[in-house]
Design a protein around this ligand. Structure first.
Ligand code: GDP
Length: 816
C-alpha cells in the first residue's frame, strides 16, 4: 500500500491542501508532483519532515501539563489520541505524520525485523536495527515531543530514544495498514476508535519482532488503561433499584453485559443478561468496577397515597377478632352463625333487625367479635387469593355424627395455608348418634390435636340447634384472640377489605367492607381495587347509620363509582387526584395480569423460576380417586424436596378437581396433580382463566417423575392427551353380537372415530379404552360434532351406565 501513497492522501492525512504538498515536493525533488502522484519513501520523508518541523510542539511542559493524567494513555496508545486533547482530531492525524517523519529521514527505523511478515515490504529496506536505536536521537524536533508521552517506558528501557521509535510504528500503522484505514477511516475521532487503534499498535509491536519489549509495553498499556478506566468509573455514580437485570446494570455502568456476567461469576452468581439480580449483588459488582452506588428509591403512587408507616406502640389499641366459619356442607355452619347472631340479639337490643351485610358483630362479655357471615371456605379463599388476609381465627364446624368429610379437610388446609388458628366446633352434639371423640380422633390425623389430648387445638362441643356450647365457643374465640394480641391504630386513614359488593338499583354500588386498621368516616375518599368514591352513607350490621367505623368493624357503604370485587383491599385516601391516577394504573395492571396468568408456576417453567430464585417452595394440591393414592403421592412428592425447593403438598383429597381446589391453588401459587380424576367443568374453566396448572395422571410414578424432572429442569418432551370432546351417555343398549352400545349426546367438541375414550363416572375415570365403532343412526361416522347424538361401542369396556361421560381424546407428541 505504501507505494500507493499519493500526494492527495498524504495531504489529507496531514490536513493540508494537496497543492501545498505537491508544491513542496516539486520544490524538493527533481520531478513535478501532482495530485495523484504516488510518492516514494524518500519523498514521503521530505513531506513528513517538513510538516513535522512545522507542527512541532513548542513547549512540552505545557503539553504535558495539559494531559498529565492522560499521558500514560498516550504512551500506551497511539500518540495521536492523547494529543487530541489539545489539538483536536485532525491534528491527530497530522501528528502521526510528525511522528513518522522523525524516522522518516531515517525511515529505516522500521527495521526489517519488525516487519517480518513482510507486509511492510518496502519498509524493510532499512536495517533490522532495533527500533529504539533507529536513530531517533537525531530526528526532528518533533521527536522529543513524542518521547515525552512515554516517560515511563523510557525509564524502563533507559533510553530516551525509544519513544521516537514507537511513534514511528504508529505512523506505519496508521499510514500503511490499509485494513485499518478501512476500519477506522480518517476520523479516528470516536472514542471507540481509540480502542481499535491501541489494539492495532499492540499487534504491530508484537509483529515488530521485539517480543519482550512489546509484551512489557502491552502490559503497561493495559495497566494504564485499566487505571484510567477505573478513574473514569470512579466518577461514575449510579443508582440501583431493589432488583435490576444484568443488562440494565451493564447499561448503567457503561460496560458490556458480558463483563457484568463475568464479574458476577467471580462472586459466585451465575446470571444471564436478562436475569434479575438483587440490589446487594448488583451493588457489589458495581463497586468492584469502581462506580459509586446509591440505592434507587422508587416512590410509587401507592407510597405517596397511602400512609404505610408502622403504627407506633402508643397508637395501637386492641381490636376485636375477625372470625370465619368453615366446614363440610350440612355440618351446621349457617345454623351456627345464626345461633351466634341470635344469642346476641336476644341479649342485646330485643327485636333488633339484623341485616345481612356479609359480616356482623356480637358482644360477648362486653367485648365484640366480628364474624364473616359467608360460611364456607370459598369466600375465605377467594379473598385470600386477592391478597386480603382478613380473618384472625377460623372456626371449623364438624358434625359430631358425621365426622371429618372432604370439605372439612379442605377447610383445614385452607386455614393452614393462610396460617390462621383453628378452633373446632364439634356440632350437633344434641344428636344421639353424635360421637365427639371420634371427631377428635379423626382431627389428629390432620395434624389437629385437641387440647385435652395434649395438643393446642381447642375443640368445643356444641349444638347450633339448641344453643348449647355456643357461648363456650365464643369465649374460647376471645381466649385465642387474646393470645394473638390483635391491635390496630384507630387514628389513621382506614384500610381494610371488601367482603361483599353488589349493584343496588336505588343506591348504586354497595359494598360491605371490613375496616382492619384506622377509622373510616363518612365523606372519606375511598379506593377499592379499581373503584373510587366518597363514602356517602355508612350502615352498620344492624342497618343503623353510622358516621365512623373503627378497626374490625364491618360496614356497608355507598358512594363508590363502580362495584368492587369481594376481597379487594380498600384504602381511605386524602388525595383524590392521585387516587384517580392509581385507579388508572390498577386498571392497566389488571389487564397485564391476564397475560401474567400464563406465567404462573407450571412444571414446564418451574425450573426457570427456581433458577431465577423465585421459587423456594413448590406447593402442590393432590386429588386422587382413592385415599391410598393421595397418601402415596403426597409422601413421594414431598420426598423430592431438595436444597433449593421444598415440595409441599398443601392439600390432598379424594375426588374430582374442584373449583375450590383451583381457588386454593390460585391463592397459594400451587399446581394441581390429579390421579384418575378429572377437573369439574367449572374448575377447568377457572384454572384456565387463572392460569393454574392441572396435571392429570393415570400412574403415580409418572407424576413423580414429572415433578422430579421439572425440579431438575429436565422435563422431557412428552406425549399428551389432547381432548377432542365430551359426550354424555343417555342410554345403554345391549345388542347381541355387537356388545354394549352407548347412546350418547355430544355436549362439547367432537368425537372422532380414531379417538380414545375415557369413561368418567362421578368425576372419576373408571375406564380408558379405544372406540371400536362410532355411528350416526345406522351409518358409520368419521366424527360427530357437538349437539348431535351418536352410538358408540368401546373395544373392551362394556360396563357402561347411563350418565357416564365419554371423554374423547387423542395422544399427541409434543416438545416444549
Ligand atoms: P351448612 O351447610 O354447614 O351451613 O349447614 P346448615 O347450617 O345448613 O345445617 C344443615 C342441617 O343440619 C340443617 O338441617 C340444620 O337444621 C341441621 N343442624 C345444624 N346444626 C345442628 C345441630 O346442632 N343439631 C342438629 N340436630 N341439627 C343441626
Amino acid at each position: 500500500m505504501m507505494d500507493k501513497y499519493r500526494v492527495h492522501e498524504v495531504a489529507k492525512d496531514l490536513n493540508v491542501p494537496s497543492k501545498e504538498v505537491a508544491d513542496l515536493l516539486t520544490q524538493n525533488t527533481d520531478s513535478p508532483k501532482k495530485h495523484m502522484t504516488a510518492l516514494t519513501e524518500e519523498e514521503l520523508d521530505i513531506v513528513f519532515d517538513h510538516y513535522t518541523k512545522q507542527k512541532e510542539v513548542r513547549s512540552f511542559e505545557t503539553y504535558f501539563k495539559l494531559g498529565e493524567k492522560a499521558r500514560p494513555q498516550q504512551a500506551a496508545a497511539p500518540k495521536g489520541e492523547e494529543k487530541p486533547a489539545g489539538e483536536g482530531r485532525p491534528a491527530q492525524q497530522g501528528q502521526r505524520p510528525q511522528g513518522q517523519r522523525p524516522q522518516g529521514n531515517s525511515q529505516q527505523p522500521r527495521g526489517g525485523q519488525q516487519r517480518p511478515q513482510g507486509d511492510r515490504g518496502p519498509r524493510p529496506q532499512g536495517g533490522s536495527q532495533p527500533r529504539q536505536q533507529q536513530g531517533r536521537p537525531a530526528p526532528r524536533p518533533a521527536a522529543p515531543a513524542r518521547p515525552a508521552p512515554d516517560p515511563s517506558k523510557r525509564t524502563d528501557d533507559g533510553t530516551g530514544v525509544r519513544h521516537v521509535d514507537m511513534r514511528a510504528s504508529h505512523v506505519d500503522l496508521d499510514k500503511y495498514n490499509e485494513r485499518y484505514e478501512q476500519i477506522a477511516p480518517t476520523n479516528l475521532v470516536a472514542q471507540k476508535d481509540t480502542g481499535v487503534k491501541k489494539q492495532k499498535i499492540n499487534q504491530r509491536s508484537a509483529q515488530r519482532g521485539k517480543p519482550v519489549l512489546s509484551r512489557k509495553q502491552k502490559e503497561e498499556e493495559k495497566l494504564r488503561r485499566l487505571e484510567l478506566e477505573r478513574q473514569r468509573r470512579q466518577k461514575l455514580e449510579i443508582t440501583i433499584p431493589d432488583e435490576i437485570t444484568v443488562g440494565d446494570l451493564a447499561l448503567r455502568l457503561k460496560v458490556t453485559a458480558a463483563e457484568i456476567v463475568k464479574r458476577l461469576m467471580g462472586v459466585g452468581v451465575m446470571a444471564s443478561v436478562s436475569q434479575v439480580i438483587d440490589y446487594d449483588t448488583a451493588a457489589l459488582v458495581a463497586m468492584e468496577i469502581g462506580a459509586k452506588v446509591e440505592k434507587e428509591v422508587v416512590v410509587t403512587i401507592e407510597d405517596r397515597l397511602f400512609v404505610e408507616e408502622e403504627d407506633s406502640e402508643e397508637n395501637l389499641q386492641p381490636r376485636c377478632p375477625i372470625v370465619v366459619v368453615m366446614g363440610h356442607v350440612d355440618h351446621g355452619k349457617t345454623s351456627l352463625l345464626d345461633a351466634i347472631r341470635n344469642t346476641n340479639v336476644t341479649s342485646g337490643e330485643a327485636g333488633g333487625i339484623t341485616q345481612h351485610i356479609g359480616a356482623y358483630q356480637v358482644q360477648v362479655n362486653g367485648e365484640p367479635i366480628t364474624f364473616l357471615d359467608t360460611p364456607g371456605h370459598a369466600a375465605f379463599t377467594s379473598m385470600r387469593a386477592r391478597g386480603a388476609q382478613v380473618t384472625d381465627i377460623a372456626v371449623l364446624v364438624v358434625a359430631a355424627d358425621d365426622g371429618i368429610m372432604p370439605q372439612t379437610v379442605e377447610a383445614i388446609n385452607h386455614a393452614k395455608a393462610a396460617e390462621v388458628p383453628i378452633i373446632v366446633a364439634i356440632n350437633k352434639i344434641d344428636k344421639p348418634t353424635a360421637n365427639p371423640d371420634k371427631v377428635k380422633q379423626e382431627l389428629t390425623e390432620y395434624g389437629l390435636v385437641p387440647e385435652e389430648w395434649g395438643g393446642d387445638v381447642i375443640c368445643v362441643p356444641l349444638s347450633a340447634k339448641t344453643g348449647e356450647g355456643v357461648n363456650n365457643l365464643l369465649e374460647n374465640i376471645q381466649l385465642v384472640a387474646e393470645v394473638q394480641e390483635l391491635r390496630a391504630n384507630p387514628d389513621r386513614l382506614a384500610k381494610g377489605a371488601v367482603i361483599e359488593a353488589k349493584l343496588d338499583k336505588g343506591r348504586g354500588p354497595v359494598a360491605t367492607i371490613l375496616v382492619q386498621n384506622g377509622t373510616l368516616h363518612t365523606g372519606d375518599i375511598v379506593i377499592a381495587g379499581t373503584s373510587l368514591g366518597k363514602v356517602r352513607v355508612m350502615l352498620n350490621d344492624k342497618g343503623q347509620r353510622v358516621q365512623s367505623a373503627g378497626p374490625s368493624t364491618p360496614v356497608e357503604i355507598t358512594g363508590l363509582a363502580e362495584v368492587p370485587s369481594a376481597g379487594d383491599i380498600f384504602n381511605a385516601v386524602e388525595d383524590e387526584r392521585l387516587a384517580k391516577e392509581l385507579v388508572e394504573k390498577r386498571r392497566t395492571e389488571a389487564k397485564e395480569e391476564v397475560f401474567k396468568a400464563y406465567q404462573k408456576v407450571t412444571l414446564d417453567n418451574l425450573f426457570s423460576q427456581i433458577s431465577e430464585g423465585e421459587m423456594k417452595e413448590l406447593p402442590i394440591i393432590v386429588k386422587a380417586d382413592v385415599q391410598g393414592s393421595v397418601e402415596a403421592v403426597k409422601q413421594s412428592l414431598e420426598k423430592l424436596s431438595n436444597d433449593e425447593v421444598r415440595v409441599r403438598v398443601i392439600h390432598g383429597a379424594v375426588g374430582a378437581v374442584s373449583e375450590s381446589d383451583v381457588m386454593l391453588a390460585t391463592a397459594s401459587g400451587a399446581i394441581i396433580i390429579g390421579f384418575n380424576v378429572r377437573p369439574d367443568p367449572v374448575a377447568r374453566d377457572n384454572a384456565e382463566r387463572d392460569g393454574v396448572e392441572i396435571r392429570l395422571y393415570r400412574i403415580i410414578y409418572d407424576a413423580i417423575e414429572d415433578v422430579q424432572s421439572a425440579l431438575k429442569g429436565m422435563l422431557a418432551p412428552k406425549y399428551r392427551d389432547v381432548d377432542l370432546g365430551r359426550a354424555e351417555v343417555r342410554q345403554v343398549y345391549k345388542i347381541s353380537n355387537v356388545g354394549t352400545v352407548a347412546g350418547c349426546y355430544v355436549v362439547e367438541g367432537k368425537i372422532t372415530r380414531s379417538a380414545n375414550i375415557r369413561v368418567v363416572r362421578d368425576g372419576i375415570i373408571i375406564a380408558d379404552d379405544k372406540l371400536s365403532s362410532l355411528k350416526r343412526f345406522k351409518d358409520d361416522a368419521k366424527e360427530v360434532a357437538r349437539g348431535f347424538e351418536c352410538g358408540m361401542t368401546l373395544e373392551k369396556y362394556s360396563d357402561i351406565k347411563e350418565g357416564d361421560v365419554f371423554e374423547a381424546y387423542i395422544v399427541e407428541e409434543y416438545r416444549d
